[in-house]
Design a protein around this ligand. Sequence first.
Ligand SMILES: Cc1cc2nc3c(=O)[nH]c(=O)nc-3n(C[C@H](O)[C@H](O)[C@H](O)COP(=O)(O)OP(=O)(O)OC[C@H]3O[C@@H](n4cnc5c(N)ncnc54)[C@H](O)[C@@H]3O)c2cc1C
Length: 221
Amino acid sequence: MQMRTRSGGHDYEGLSYLSYEDTTPFFILDMFNLRSVDVNIEQGMAWVESGATLGELYYKVSEKSNIHGVPASVCSTVGVGGHFSGGGYGTLIRKYGLIVDQIEDAKLIDVNGELLDRSSMGEDLFWAITGGGGASFGVVLSFLFKLVHVPPKVTYFSLEKTSEEEIINVADKWFQIADKLDPDLFIRMGFNVINNTEGNKTISATFPSLFLGNTTSLVSQ
Ligand SMILES: Cc1cc2nc3c(=O)[nH]c(=O)nc-3n(C[C@H](O)[C@H](O)[C@H](O)COP(=O)(O)OP(=O)(O)OC[C@H]3O[C@@H](n4cnc5c(N)ncnc54)[C@H](O)[C@@H]3O)c2cc1C
């Protein structure tokens, strides 16, 4: 039987818990009991176990400090195990890159049942489980990563456009400025299918955004 490791269960393809056409029998190794978060503000680092959700991780960091953040997903129910091993992007990406850019160490059980850390697994395997997805290489128990600096107050704003003309206008402007904006300013463009007032399907474009500063400095950008 195959063993499929499940942390937050948010894999888009459901590889941790679904079978689809693949009829190979499998059992699930669920990491939900391994969810501790150990934040060391003096060192600016944290160990997090794979079964923790990102929401739990963010909450635990915020309990210790209001000037430290985690550059990872906007979705609080995504699990650390799949997200950290697969790359992990979020609203801090322009300033701090992916969560894998901050990972310093990991604990992994390999196919022989050996418990390995970065030095004993070697740099090739460490490289693979910090971006290549964890599932092919073993079971990741936990990650050590660097916290990043955030101001105590940030500005969040969002814009939604539903008319085709407005979407094209705003998207055109966004394409011209997105790569030139200050790294403190993140503006994401996303599309959704919605029903219009006549009940017909139409498209909406949203621009959820985050600025690492207050509104006065945002307006001066
Ligand atoms: C609603 C939603 C929002 C999302 N938002 C974002 C986003 O903003 N940014 C972003 O980058 N991604 C986002 N994702 C994608 C998400 O980061 C990935 O799908 C991620 O792999 C999910 O991790 P998980 O632990 O929740 O999922 P799982 O289904 O538990 O695992 C995903 C894969 O990793 C393997 N795996 C899980 N835990 C371990 C472990 N401990 N050791 C080894 N292998 C393991 C599983 O076997 C599976 O193949 C989103 C996904 C969803 C569903």
